[in-house]
Write a protein that binds this ligand. Structure first.
Ligand SMILES: [Zn+2]
Length: 356
């Protein structure tokens, strides 16, 4: 009997080991968007990080994404966000919304259907175009009254950003109170980072600012700890998670043609990226994809000082451009993100990798 059991045991170990080796479907997906972050913004960050310290240098796979929308050479963040979350090009100012009013399904819907937890962390308000593209469906991105209701009814477990005032009836035309909806649905709503970080439950909405979050350096170290808190919470689900993190104000700094603001936002983004990559390396089962919805500012870097980590930047103008943007990938399935791809290919590839 013993002679039979041991070979059976060995066979089982070999089979299990063989399966584990072939398995390339990651448990988790972290989609990270640097809003307005083109190649020049990334290189400015690499230079400013001096030497080999930039988190961007840690990605084994790089590619490009073509960002044009359904009706414009230059996308806005709602069509750009929609492309990244649904795999569909839509018209500018539409969020997950087709010209014939079809509501497009997102990779976050797919993740929830697969039993995973979902969420987002942004440093814009929670109804801004990119986070809205993870839960909303509207024909016009500024429909905050509608988006805040959709947020309060969505499936995310963790949502961190700004825009608290839109959840109160006194600040709305329709008199609704999405804050009550959130409470009724079992969310804890907090107003400051310390309370968010100390939270021990499973459903959290952290609206850290009345309106838009502050810019860097005034905001301080928010994006990194908020992102790591969300990862910790979402990771409680044994089936894994899918989340969005956005460096929202890289775009705003470039709209303002403000070099100091841009460098501060990029440094903040780098801090978050390092922390997420450290976590993903330890986890070993997480796909991390970093890209942008579009480039902003037509940024060029005509000169600088490599030793001192200084960029002398020049902006073309205060709006988005049509230039393709970089893509960085790490983890199981990362190799699929190399080459020049459509923005809509990114969620398509995520769906293939995840078998959704
Ligand atoms: Zn913008």
């Amino acid at each position: 009997m013993k002679r039979l059991i041991i070979p059976l045991f060995m066979t089982a170990v070999l089979l299990l080991g063989g399966c584990a080796h072939k398995e390339t479907t990651p448990r988790n997906v972290i989609l990270i968007v640097g809003d307005g972050m083109g190649v020049a913004q990334v290189y400015a960050s690499v230079v400013a990080s001096r030497g080999d310290n930039s988190a961007f240098l840690r990605f084994p796979v790089t590619g490009f994404s073509r960002t044009y929308s359904l009706n414009k050479y230059r996308t806005d963040s709602s069509a750009g966000g929609t492309a990244l979350t649904t795999g569909q090009k839509v018209e500018n100012y539409h969020v997950n919304w087709a010209p014939d009013s079809t509501r497009y399904q997102t990779i976050f819907d797919d993740a929830v259907a697969a039993g995973k937890s979902t969420g987002f962390v942004v440093v814009s308000d929670a109804m801004d175009a990119t986070p809205a593209a993870t839960y909303g469906h509207v024909p016009y991105r500024k429909m905050y009254d509608t988006l805040s209701i959709q947020l309060a009814q969505c499936s995310h477990s963790v949502m961190i950003g700004g825009g608290y005032k839109y959840f109160l009836p006194e600040n709305r035309k329709d008199g609704f109170a999405p804050l009550d909806t959130l409470h009724r649905r079992g969310y804890t709503v907090v107003r400051d980072l310390d309370s968010a970080l100390a939270f021990g439950g499973d459903k959290l909405v952290a609206l850290l600012y009345d309106g838009d979050p502050l810019g860097e350096p005034e905001r301080g170290d928010v994006l990194r700890p908020a992102s790591m808190k969300a990862i910790e919470m979402l990771n409680h689900n044994s089936k894994g998670f899918t989340m969005l993190i956005e460096g929202s104000q890289i775009d705003w700094a470039c709209h303002n043609n403000d070099s100091a603001y841009l460098h501060a936002e990029l440094a903040d983004f780098e801090l978050m990226l390092h922390a997420v990559l450290d976590w993903a390396e330890k986890d070993g089962n997480t796909l991390v994809v970093v890209t942008a919805d579009h480039e902003t500012g037509g940024l060029t870097l005509p000169d600088g000082d490599i030793e001192a980590g200084i960029n002398n930047v020049r902006f073309q103008w205060g709006n988005h451009t049509g230039c393709m943007v970089p893509v960085f990938a790490y983890g199981p399935g990362a190799e699929r993100f190399s080459g020049i791809q459509q923005n809509t290919d990114i969620p398509r590839k995520i769906r293939e990798i995840m078998n959704w």
